[in-house]
Design a protein around this ligand. Structure first.
Ligand code: PGA
Length: 246
């Protein structure tokens, strides 16, 4: 296996602490053995817990500063109070609703790496950009700015999430995913990384009905899952498809 595999749940702003803890307990019972696939749950900050066997924890964002007068924000150091190993950065909802840009995402990646958090960097075009043939340009911009001055040996995971496929039920086609993941690998090579070694996840309306076909694509190294991750049995079914694909 050339690259690591991932199955990542992004709860977004869903589930209270009690609900998350019972979810994690159930997931750890379902997944008794140490899997080949990295199984990661990213709940809201208020649901972070101590580590749970065979499951890694991630968060959905961190602030780009070390500390200071940033009311309402959470730093990388603070999430390290818990056994957090991953951080989703540059999610399209953060770009859209919180005006995050690639320069800020670059700062966040740097601070995440400083605290040994592995960034899951989200990139992807919106519908207009796809219709206007701007996908390559957008991905080049997102990747080159977000990864500017980042050590090429850093442990980074990319999630390709076309904005028009997120939460819409409209999954990208297998051809489109293959083409775009290859495009991303080529851009990574062009900016000095080894594209063949970096895991690229797909995200956007992944569910138990489409996961098997999508993970069969050789350029897809796992999934970032929103809606379908909220039900633990549904999420576990998707995870099993990834495990079985090895
Ligand atoms: P979705 O969300 O699976 O609900 O489309 C994916 C994401 O936002 O990461």
């Amino acid at each position: 296996m050339l690259r690591d595999l991932f199955c990542v749940a992004n709860f977004k702003m869903n589930k209270n602490r009690y609900e998350t803890i019972s979810y994690l307990k159930k997931l750890s019972i379902l997944n008794k053995i140490k899997s080949k696939t990295n199984l990661i749950v990213c709940p809201p900050y208020t649901s972070l817990t101590e580590s749970i066997k065979n499951i890694s924890l991630g968060v959905q964002n961190i602030n780009s500063n070390t500390n200071g007068a940033y009311t309402g924000e959470i730093s990388a150091e603070m999430v390290c109070d818990f056994d957090v190993q991953y951080v989703i950065l540059g999610h399209s909802e953060r770009r859209e609703f919180f005006n995050e840009n690639d320069n800020e995402i670059n700062k966040k990646i740097k601070i995440a790496l400083k605290y040994n958090l592995k960034p899951i960097l989200c990139v992807g075009e919106n519908l207009n950009q796809r219709k206007n043939n701007q996908v390559l340009k957008i991905l080049e911009q997102q990747l080159s700015i977000s990864l500017d001055n980042i050590d090429i040996k850093s442990n980074i995971v990319i999630a390709y999430e076309p904005v028009w496929a997120i939460g819409t039920g409209e999954t990208a086609s297998t051809d489109l995913i293959t083409e775009t993941h290859n495009m991303i690998r080529k851009i990574l090579n062009d900016i000095g990384f080894d594209g063949e070694k970096i895991s690229i996840l797909y995200g956007g309306s992944v569910n138990r009905n489409n996961a098997k076909d999508l993970i069969a694509l050789k350029d897809v190294d796992g999934f970032l899952i929103g809606g379908a991750s909220l039900d633990v049995n549904h999420f576990y079914d998707i995870f099993k498809y990834i495990e079985e694909s090895v």
